[in-house]
Design a protein around this ligand. Sequence first.
Ligand code: PGA
Length: 252
Amino acid sequence: MNKNKLVFANWKMNLNSNKVRLLVEGILSKLKPQDSVDVVLAPPLPYLGNVNAMILGSGIELSSQNVFWENDGPYTGEVSVKMLLDMGCSWAMIGHSERRQYLLETNEMINKKVLSSIKKGLKVILCVGESFEQRRRKKTFESIADQLYRGLRGVSEDLIPQIVIGYEPIWVIGSGEAASVNDISSVHNFISDELKSMFPSAKLLPRIVYGGSVNTDNISQISKLHNVDGVLVGNASMDCDKFCDIVMKVVK
Ligand code: PGA
């Protein structure tokens, strides 16, 4: 893994096969391969195969929005690392706040998913973020540290380059308004310091990307902040023009 900037598109449970096709066609025709930016698409699970077939050879990478920690067996509805690799995924998104909230994913479950993924060669974007209530009670740093320590427990330093941290303050996700640059900066600096103390002899620490209402207006300001290695984009990533504009502004 490298220190390229990263732009990660999270389409969540949206679109359909036709819309996915049109969106990927649009992205492929507008975006020229970039040396300095990694672009990753995370479509809904049923469309992974379609997207994989379309992006082959383009330099764009494929991610799932979730993964299970066992290889195979009686785990109805779940998908293993092996299956995702087989479908052409090189990434898994783990611990998104919507999964923590609606699927009751715990840090322990998230940790098993992280370990299983990186050991088998999948790159991981581990999402962390504080709720509005935690921020109001000045528990932001405590909550982020807890998610980092418990989510990354047992990760060996040689596998660290496979991990990216996605910082997503929960209350700004989908709100249309990103966190302030000061808030983003202070949490990213905090995460960077925590990672340094967790993995003191790692040669390369995880990249840290920001997510939460990233759009074409705020991207330039956000992406040039120190310790911001890219962005995780939800709503704006489903609009071809907006998404490509975001990528191009990160390149600059
Ligand atoms: P948003 O979503 O850009 O729509 O706020 C980001 C995310 O949840 O990953």
